[in-house]
Design a protein around this ligand. Structure first.
Ligand code: ZN
Length: 354
């Protein structure tokens, strides 16, 4: 059976590369076989492209191991790190935007930065990986929004106002299980201005990590398609990071899209971080998302290189196994093609224009 190409809503490869200066060729081009993504494994897994996130990590926060140990022992309620200043964040974001361009040049066109759906389709047709530049948390942009235009000119086509940590634009959800996304105040005046400016630029304004009040504020600002690049169904896994049914209904009403997050903490009904799980929770989330959103508004949002994923996926080369599980669950070929890439491309066309 021929491989189904996957266009994915979220990954953290840029952060991984940024953390390893001097080792980028080995990590991206050669591939070390650790974590989830590199060029050889993307090709092997049928990873046709996706959104590549710029993300500024909090300094002086304990190692990810401690964080993950807490998430493996629900219930948990992990305090969020403090805000990060714009100059500090902008330097990191600039570096990661530069790495995105480096990936294109260093791969001799095997990886292509894309700014339109036509460019994504052309890259996919040529067998190149189609990357779209995303920003997860807008700390690198000041209240004047001037830097937004620099990043847009550099190819940024998708932005989330917050990772979970607070910004001058709004408040994200703390990582809490069990918990509801209604966790605090909504968008600030600067956040509303940012949402309007992103709408004027026809960028994706990503609701993943935003709390319920911020979600409602964004809904009230425009009737553009609402997008959550990497979030799951709260009805299956009651994590603050997942979407409740009223949020899914609002996304359906605006003809938006949700990308299924492969992070075990958002897939497993018990909220644990352990990768030791089967396909059943994965298809339960997809069934629920499809029931609320319809077959045309659900895609993938892997969180590769940013989260622990089920052992059946393992890394990007596990995408064909995931597709096989969906087939075994009874999804037909047209639906699988929509989930794997068709719905993301159609949604981006609705948001960006032709
Ligand atoms: Zn995220």
């Amino acid at each position: 059976m021929t491989q189904v190409p996957v266009f994915d809503g979220h990954n953290d490869l840029l952060l991984r590369l940024w953390k390893a200066p001097g080792r980028r060729e080995e990590i991206f081009l050669t591939g070390e076989g650790v974590w989830h993504l590199d060029l050889p494994r993307m090709r092997a897994g049928g990873f046709a492209g996706g959104m590549f996130a710029i993300y500024v990590p909090s300094p002086h926060v304990g190692d990810a191991g401690g964080f993950m140990a807490m998430m493996n022992n629900p219930p948990y309620d992990i305090p969020l790190p403090a805000m990060i200043g714009q100059p500090e964040a902008a330097a990191v974001a600039l570096g990661q935007a530069g790495l995105f361009s480096w990936m294109e040049r260093a791969s001799d066109g095997a990886f292509r930065g894309c700014r339109s759906v036509a460019q994504i389709r052309a890259a996919m047709a040529a067998g190149a990986v189609a990357g779209v530049l995303h920003m997860e948390g807008a700390e690198a942009i000041g209240a004047d929004l001037d830097a937004l235009h620099v990043f847009h000119a550099a190819g940024l086509r998708s932005l989330g106002p917050v990772w979970s940590r607070p910004t001058i634009f709004g408040h994200g959800v703390p990582f809490r299980f069990p918990g509801d996304p209604d966790t605090g105040p909504g968008l600030t005046a600067a956040g509303k201005a940012l949402a309007r400016e992103c709408a004027a630029l026809r960028m994706v304004f990503d609701m993943s990590h935003l709390n319920a009040a911020g979600f409602r504020d964004t809904m009230a600002l425009s009737d553009r398609p609402l997008v959550a690049t990497h979030s799951n169904a709260w009805a299956v896994t009651p994590s603050t990071r997942n979407l409740t049914d009223w949020q899914l209904d609002a996304i359906a009403e605006t003809d938006g899209i949700v990308g299924l997050n492969f992070a075990t903490v958002f897939l497993r009904p018990d909220g644990r971080e352990s990768p030791d799980m089967g396909w059943e929770p994965v298809v339960r989330h997809l069934d629920h998302l499809i029931a609320r959103l319809g077959e045309d508004r659900v895609g993938f949002g892997s969180d590769f290189d940013g989260a622990t994923v089920p052992k059946g996926i393992g890394d990007v080369t596990g995408l064909p196994a995931l597709i096989g599980a969906l087939r075994a669950h009874g999804y037909d070929a047209p639906l699988i093609a929509k989930l794997a890439h068709g719905n993301w491309l159609a949604a981006l066309e609705r948001i960006w224009g032709g």
